[in-house]
Design a binder for this molecule. Structure first.
Ligand SMILES: [Zn+2]
Length: 392
C-alpha cells in the first residue's frame, strides 16, 4: 500500500474518541501521524494542505461486509476469480464513500485473502481489508451443498478449522455461525447451531494469537451460547435479554447491529427472498427495540453494514450511522461507532479508529459539520486520505 507524507491544517479535528480540537496541524510521515499541534510543526513533512473551514475525522471502519457478493445473488455461480475482482471493486467503492477500513466477515476460500493481499501489496487501490476468510459453521449450517462451506462437527474439527484459517491464510479475525440465518432459508435464524464447546475451541485458538472472534447470532439461546464461549463481538444480535446486556457491558463485548442491511430490506418489501423472510421470521420487529435497548444500557456499538447482502450495495456504507442516529444515538456516539468502536471489533484500535499521534493517517474531510447532521458524512464528503495519501 502506498504511503505518503503531508502537512494538514484544519479548523476542526474530530478525533474519534469524542474529543474535538480546533485549529491544529497534523504532521504525517509515510502514512503515520507523527504530530498533532496547535502551533508550528517541529519539522517539515511534505506537501501542505489547508482546510480551515472543513471537518476532519478518522476514516470510517465498516466492520462487517461481504466483499465477494454482487448486489443480487448470482443466478449462475461465479468463479472465485470473478468474485475476487468484484470484491476489489466493492472495496474501492467503499473507500470512495469514506470507508478506509473494511472487515470482511465470511468470505469463500481465498477470495477475501486475495483482495486483502492485493491491496496491501499495492497491486490494486482499496481500503485496508481485514478478513476472517470463511465463516466456521456447523455441518449443514449454511449450505445444503456438502463441503461447500467451512463446516465442522465437534470440538476437534472446530479447533482445526480455526488453526488453518489463522496459520495458513493469516485470518485477521474469526467468524462463527452460532445460529441459523435469514439468508439460509433451510435454517431458522434463531436455531442454535455451533455448540458452546465448538465455539470455545475456536475462541481459544483465536485468542492465543490475539485475534478477535465475531459471532453471527439471533435469539436468546444463540447469544447466550456465544457469550458462554467467550466471543468478542455479537453480530446482528436481535433477542438481547437483561442478562446478555449485563454480560456485554461488563466484558466490553461489542454489538454490530448491521442496521443498514435490516433497514434496507424495508425498501424492497414484496420482492420475495430474504426481504420477506426478515418479516416472516419476526426479526424485523425486534430490530429497533433491540438496538435501542443496547444503546440505552451502554453496550459498545460499532458500524457494520453487511454490505454484499441482497440489495445492500457498497458505496453508501456510511448510511449505517444514519440509521443509528435515527434510532436514538447521538452523532458523537455514531462517529465513535464508525471509527474507534469499529476498530476495536477488528482488534486494530492501537493503529486505527482515532486521529492521534502514532496512528495511521486514514482520514476523511467534510465540508460541513457531521455533529450537527450525521448525513454530512456522505453528503459533504470532500477528500479521503488513506495511509497519508489523498485518494479522493
Ligand atoms: Zn453478514
Amino acid at each position: 500500500m502506498l504511503a505518503c507524507s503531508a502537512e494538514i491544517f484544519t479548523g476542526n479535528l474530530i478525533v474519534g474518541n469524542g474529543q474535538i480540537i480546533k485549529d491544529v496541524w497534523l504532521g504525517i510521515e509515510n502514512g503515520t501521524i507523527r504530530e498533532i499541534v496547535k502551533g508550528d510543526l517541529k519539522k517539515q513533512y511534505g506537501e501542505i494542505f489547508h482546510f480551515p473551514d472543513s471537518y476532519i475525522l478518522p476514516g470510517l471502519i465498516d466492520a462487517h461486509v461481504h466483499i465477494r457478493y454482487g448486489t443480487n445473488p448470482d443466478s449462475i455461480p461465479k468463479t472465485d476469480e470473478y468474485q475476487a475482482l468484484r470484491g476489489a471493486e466493492n472495496a474501492r467503492k467503499a473507500l470512495m464513500s469514506g470507508v478506509t477500513t473494511l472487515g470482511d466477515a465470511g468470505a469463500l476460500r481465498n477470495i477475501g485473502f486475495s483482495v486483502r493481499d492485493a491491496i496491501n501489496d499495492g497491486v490494486i487501490v482499496g481500503p485496508r481489508v481485514f478478513t476472517s476468510g470463511e465463516m466456521i459453521t456447523m455441518t449443514g449450517g449454511r449450505s445444503k451443498q456438502p463441503g461447500e462451506r467451512l463446516e465442522v462437527t465437534g470440538e476437534d474439527q472446530a479447533r482445526r478449522a480455526t488453526r488453518a484459517l489463522l496459520m495458513y491464510h493469516g485470518a485477521d479475525f474469526i467468524k462463527l455461525g452460532a445460529t441459523g440465518a435469514i439468508s439460509s432459508p433451510h435454517t431458522g435464524p434463531r436455531h442454535p447451531q455451533l455448540t458452546v464447546d465448538e465455539m470455545k475451541a475456536c475462541v481459544d485458538e483465536a485468542h492465543k494469537c490475539g485475534k478477535m472472534v465475531h459471532s453471527h447470532c439471533y435469539g436468546e439461546q444463540g447469544i447466550s451460547n456465544s457469550l458462554d464461549a467467550g466471543v468478542d463481538v455479537i453480530v446482528h444480535g436481535q433477542g438481547l435479554t437483561d442478562e446478555h446486556i449485563e454480560r456485554m457491558y461488563d466484558d466490553d463485548i461489542i454489538l454490530l447491529p448491521t442496521l443498514k442491511t435490516f433497514c434496507g430490506h424495508m425498501e424492497h418489501l414484496g420482492e420475495g427472498g430474504v426481504h420477506e423472510r426478515i418479516i416472516t421470521t419476526g426479526i424485523w420487529d425486534e430490530t429497533e427495540p433491540n438496538f435501542r435497548y443496547a444503546l440505552r444500557n451502554g453496550v459498545l456499538i460499532a458500524m457494520g453494514t453487511d454490505a454484499g447482502m441482497p440489495d445492500n450495495v457498497f458505496g453508501d456504507n456510511p448510511r449505517d450511522l444514519g440509521y443509528m442516529v435515527e434510532w436514538g444515538m447521538s452523532p458523537e456516539e455514531a462517529i465513535k461507532a464508525g471509527t474507534l468502536n469499529a476498530a476495536k471489533t477488528l482488534g486494530v484500535d492501537n493503529k486505527l479508529g482515532t486521529l492521534e499521534e502514532g496512528k495511521m493517517a486514514d482520514l476523511i474531510i467534510l465540508n460541513n459539520n457531521p455533529l450537527e447532521n450525521i448525513s454530512e458524512i456522505w453528503q459533504s464528503l470532500d477528500r479521503v486520505m488513506l495511509n497519508g495519501c489523498f485518494l479522493r
